[in-house]
Design a protein around this ligand. Sequence first.
Ligand code: FE
Ligand code: CA
Length: 445
Amino acid sequence: MANPFTLGVASGEPFPDSLIIWTRLAPSPLHLDPARPGGLPDRPVEVRWQVAEDERFARIVRAGATQAQHRWAFSVHVRVDGLRPGTDYFYRFRSGGHLSPAGRTRTAPDPRSTAPVRFALANCQRFEHGHYTAHRHLAAERPDIVFFVGDYVYESRQAADPVRTLPLTGEADTLHEYRLRYARYKLDRDLQAAHAAAPWVPTWDDHEVADNYTGASSFFARRARAYRAYYEHLPLRVRPEGHSLQMFRRRTYGTIADFLVLDSRQYRVPGVSMLGQAQEDWLLARLRASPVRWKVLVQPLFFARRLIPGSGLRPDAWDGFPEQRRRVLDVRAPGLVVLSGDVHNTWACDLKADFLDPGSPIVGSEFVTTAVSSRPPATDADAVLRANPHIRFFDGRRGYASGTASATEFRLAFRAVDFVDRPGAPVRTVAEFVTEGQGMRRSDV
Ligand code: FE
Ligand code: CA
């Protein structure tokens, strides 16, 4: 067998005592025969794995073997238990005489921990639109945890004026086509570096399945294929069952941050509910009861009201669900922060109890992270800022965000690269915001 570790390694879903390590065997990742994903025939392949306390694997604390299965495209998701909280680990795989690259990961802290949490946030990485330089810089920061809030792949047919080209240029629809899309994206070395640098907790938006799809049953068959390919390529704890995959979940970091990861697509009913009843009940209950300092909604879509002069409100984002948004804000959860993406530009917003009343109190902060590579829409940012006084900041470059939550403050820096049409752009901080009580202030000027 040729080297099967062409798609890198990953880890994710950190708990204080366990996490998931991932790889997918693919000696020929862009193989075009649907019956041989990654170029492999229908025969299980043994994969051995190791987890160590040190980068040189001198102190191995867990090890084992598993079978990579044809029906899961030879992906491997190992749950590693018995780990210590708030601790760095290193992991690697071995199969067919080949050794994978090593990844660095980290468990969540003890539930009583007061240690600050360092996190990064990224989204929207359309392959043809540009290079993943942002991921290279994100990897260098070695955060405790990485959140990815959607558009990990784009199912769309290849974009005009591609910076990089796809092996199959049509819209992905079959399982084989979705798998090939992931394989092409995951061959990228910068994306591999970001996965190998820290544990990821991803959620999806629409393009992992189809543009602006909803929970309607007309999408079920395609959704089942797309969810399966998504699972096969990310370090998730839970497997899909048909067209269902449990994605909304809580990842709690000590007494500091309750990361409430949302699924904005699977249960969506246009104009009525973005989250569905069960997810809304879960979210509101946790917002009301959480004893943790920061309640952080991790999800794709622009949460604050955003009136775009000349075109209005976007019904696909939270502006299409104002009553559900109001129920979230009406909890008045202290320490509410929303992390979002989707719009391919950077924005920062005060969350208001009533967005239309200038005297209404600020009840939280929203940080909208720009795309890793996806091109932005034409935006008259000045007009949007004038029409929405609670929106505080805009930047139009590609990048990611990184932040630190502590007992005293929630600090977030927007990082940007000046170009993605070729590799090698340096990174700069375009703005940094600090939230202490309710409401943010800029800390870098
Ligand atoms: Fe996008
Ligand atoms: Ca999107």
